[in-house]
Unconditional design. Structure first.
Length: 422
């Protein structure tokens, strides 16, 4: 009985225009972002650049962040991204004064003249290091690294930077989440070679590209499923199927859960099928003898992407069942929008936190993925559990409606009043 309900719901989903639009969007998005994917090649010695990496060294982070801060303080303007969009903030006199006090405490520079002089000197030194191709010199966009006070601890530094971020209204480079991305350092040949060897030996090539695939596809899967869930729920109302469904013997749990599972199945199908394209590219590249993990894309699709599909679908189902409106689309769209922009600072991977869409926008950084795996696993389990709870709430709401005990829009209540008056 339950399996038949799932099969029937899958057939209903396959007839939905919205479903095929979702599939089309996924195909187009994949083609535009990863369609011409170039498999990584072994780095050669003597190149001008091997890219950059974010330093985790506390001293580097403090130097780079204070370089940003002093540069912006002397200009009197600060760049922020409060909800993902660029915003230039000009603090008032009291706020600017407080930021100056924070700079004085963290760097020992008391006047604007001292700051400008130090900034200019550090900029010249930084340029000289870059031209000499010295290893581990810190890159600070719009400024130069400035050494912190010898008595400054990293905890106190973090506390003061949070205060600066608060004074600026949030979304600045001094936000706790952004601090780790302030200290960009050029990669050496040895580091680039190590990343390549990790990709080939530890990730077996496909692991790195499965993460990259999950990163891109997760963006779309954080929002598209809600449209399918909402239209499926609204269709019953438009076609007046509620009364017919309410009269059937199938339990509320069977109806809702079978519908939910069917949507998950139908949404996972294109994800798995599209993943065959990068898998084939990896197989062709590895024809020379590399050992591949042929199931990497399947494992990452279920472990990384399925929880995102689950939560987006569950939000659509519970809010549609509760309100009989498309509110779920608006709620999920707002959540998705904020989640995408808030996760931009963690695109290099290793910092997954509670992001709706975990980011790892590179085939490399196995070390960061390995270090943050527990955090990522907790993130994915959390969203899966929340999804199950939302579906349980959907079953409860649906059961009340079948019994005539709940109608948010008031139609059942209106009918009862008319009957009592008669």
């Amino acid at each position: 009985m339950f399996a038949q309900l799932i099969l029937k719901e899958c057939r209903q989903t396959a007839k939905s225009i919205i479903y095929w639009l979702i599939v089309l969007i996924l195909v187009i998005f994949f083609s535009s972002q990863l369609g011409n994917m170039d498999i990584a090649k072994k780095p050669k010695p003597g190149l001008e650049s091997y890219g950059r990496y974010y330093s985790s060294n506390e001293q580097d982070i403090m130097k780079a962040t204070l370089g940003y801060l002093v540069s912006e303080y002397t200009n009197g303007k600060y760049v922020t991204y409060p909800i993902g969009f660029y915003k230039m903030v000009t603090p008032d006199k009291e706020e600017q004064k407080r930021i100056g006090e924070i700079i004085s405490e963290t760097t020992g520079l008391d006047t604007k003249e001292e700051m400008e002089k130090t900034l200019n000197a550090e900029t010249e030194d930084s340029d000289a290091e870059a031209s000499d191709k010295k290893e581990n010199h810190i890159i600070v966009l719009g400024g130069a690294p400035i050494a912190p006070s010898k008595t400054l601890t990293y905890d106190r530094f973090g506390e003061l930077m949070r205060e600066v971020d608060h004074l600026l209204g949030g979304g600045s480079q001094y936000n706790k989440k952004h601090l780790k991305t302030n200290a960009a350092t050029p990669k050496t040949y040895e580091q680039a070679l190590q990343e390549y060897e990790d990709l080939m030996e530890k990730d077996h090539l496909t692991g790195g590209y499965a993460r990259l695939y999950s990163d891109y596809m997760g963006i779309m899967l954080g929002i598209l499923p809600v449209f399918l869930a909402v239209t499926r729920g609204m269709r019953d109302r438009r076609s007046q199927m509620r009364e017919l469904i309410a009269s059937r013997r199938a339990s509320s749990a069977s109806i809702i859960v079978s519908r939910y599972i069917s949507m998950l199945i139908m949404l996972m199908l294109p994800v798995l099928l599209i993943s065959c394209i990068p898998l084939m590219e990896c197989i062709q590249y590895a024809a020379s003898g590399f050992h591949l993990d042929y199931l990497a894309f399947v494992k990452y699709s279920f472990g990384w992407l399925l929880p995102t599909i689950m939560i987006a679908t569950a939000v659509g189902m519970v809010l549609t069942e509760l309100t009989d409106t498309a509110l779920g689309v608006l709620v999920q769209l707002a959540w998705w929008f904020l989640a995408i922009f808030s996760s931009m600072s963690s695109m290099s991977g290793g910092m997954y936190g509670l992001d709706l869409v975990p980011r790892h926008n590179t085939e490399y950084n196995y070390a960061g993925f390995h270090a943050g795996f527990t955090q990522l696993a907790a993130n994915r389990v959390l969203y899966a559990v929340i999804s199950v709870l939302l579906i349980a709430v959907t079953v409860w709401i649906y059961s009340l409606k079948r019994k005539g005990r709940l109608d948010i829009r008031g139609k059942l209540l209106g009918n009862r009043k008319r009957k009592s008056q008669a």
